[in-house]
Design a protein around this ligand. Sequence first.
Ligand code: RIB
Length: 360
Amino acid sequence: MTAPVTMRQIAERARVSIGTVSHVINGTATVRPKLRERVLDAIRSMGYQPSALAQGLRKHRTNMLGMVIPDITNPFFPGVVRGVEDVAYKRSFRVILCNADNDPSKEASYVRELRSYQIAGLLIIPAAGADIAGHLRAYASASVPVVCIDRVPDGWKGDAVLVANAEGAYLATKHLIQMGHRRLAVIAGPLKLTNAAERLKGFTRALNEARVEIEPEFVQEACFDTESGYQAALRLLGMLPRPTAIFACNDLMAFGVLQAARELGLRCPEDLSIAGFDSLEFTQFTDPSLTSVYQPGYQLGATAARLLLQRVDGLRSAPKKVLLPTELKKRNSVGPPHVAGPESVGGTMRKGKHSGRRRR
Ligand code: RIB
């Protein structure tokens, strides 16, 4: 490996001082055109690449943005990162991406460490159960802007870009009710997360408005992943009479419900209607295609990055809370409930491997 070209070597080749090279690179003083040309020639011919880290150390700020996400394996988050990266790239900022793995202590270490990289700003989608607001306030004290995306931690009063979670959940539930469902269950995300709590509120509001009873056992909390959605669905579908429709508060959990229904020999939507939240791109290709609440992941990221860069540029207004709209995408996983015997309102179980359990 060849050693990187240094400013000293550029100065020697161009027969100028290191100070002159530095002025040309950083634009900190006017340099005579003849000397400037010699420096630029030397830079070009020797392939000099200024060290962003060294520049950052001098200016106490790099052109890097930190971004912490809770789960890189969840297909919703790459779209958000893409939105951030596109905006940052156009402004010559680079993104350091950290995956917290839904682990609050890993998240806290990333947030603490990123500051030592002299990042220009931080974007974060907080993990469930994380007590991160204090760490984020430390950024504010150091004048490093922070924007929360998709969820906000407890006690966060700063900038945030979110979606209309309650409204989206309300629309999905209303659609299920309009289809004729009265035995509706919900699989909520971790209720410590603001967006999970909002979605549950939307579900409850739709049921209350339609005067449909909310069965406490039909409200299950899970972890926004397929496995916990699957386990919650097994619990729900083992109750008798069981729900005729399940609203899963994200698509991964909805896939878990589909899987459980399949194993129990229940047809979707004939025996069980399923709706999700996110409307991931491939939900139109599942069998059946999934009715789901679309949320604009890319726009979430892009909007948050634009706001962060405005702060980096010196915007000093009161904290902003931007709310992006959601939209219900009606597909084939929702249909009217089957009218059947009292034990199995919504269909009879076929040769599934799990048997029904009477609900107390
Ligand atoms: O699928 C991941 C979920 O967690 C999404 O619904 C998103 O809003 C996030 O918080």
